[in-house]
Design a protein around this ligand. Sequence first.
Ligand SMILES: [Zn+2]
Length: 294
Amino acid sequence: MTNRIFYRELVELDHGIDNSGKMDKGSLIESSFKNDLCPICLAKIERYRYTDPDDDGYRPSGNWLIFDTLLHICNKCSWWHSTQEGLQNGTGQKVFSPYVYYPVIDKLDISTDTIALEDLKSNLLLRWDDRKLISAGKAESLVQSILKEHLSCDVYTATANANSPDGGIDLHVCSKNGSIISAVQVKRRIKRDSEPVSEVRDFVGAMVIKGFQKGYFVTTAERFTSVAQRIPNQLKEINSRLELELIDGQKLFELLKNDAKPEKLIVPPSVKLDSVWVAPDGHTLTTSQLIYGE
Ligand SMILES: [Zn+2]
């Protein structure tokens, strides 16, 4: 499964529900939730209730309404809509707010080469493990973009054609005046947790052959093997003019956090990310756990 949900904006339906609590006929919500099924993926809808814990119980006279927010959320794709229901002061009658909210969502395959870099970055901020699912080409674009920000330099692909042999160098880092000052190697790892020394040695060899003195080896693997980690210092110790910086998956994630904008969080109005929701069986989850799965 490489599809992910992206929440784009919040839609307000101002006559989404009538006084008796029925969804307005013909609306997206009415037609899709008739059977408690999600309109996107037809999975089951779960319901959660949020009662404002800061409500001090004070009610002015008249038809003051006490509202709870309900979240109706798909347990598969996380599409949701929210409604409000409450009790009329005095009569105790159940009432419904006419407003219904739901997000506009995109379902995107993050393993394709066509996914927008901004979407990829915001998704990786939430789910760094997804880096194992992205294409090698996108991994290169991602590193290019992150390094550009981190080094405040232009970073270009070393090869015009992504399918042609890269000669061990994927990206070129340029100085302010446009001259190429260092080389970058990017490895996107799917299964491997540590980057082996042989790959780093190959890169150092490529740097020498192409005449680079400075290089960055970037891997999406969690870490470099301990032997590989020693190479930058070994180069210094032998007074080599070569300068090598290793960037592992953890470091790359730190750089991403400095660079990427988090996805605009879309939640029902009147709740916060840490608001606590109660399921019919009594278990509780916060808004961010419910909607963003964390
Ligand atoms: Zn769904």
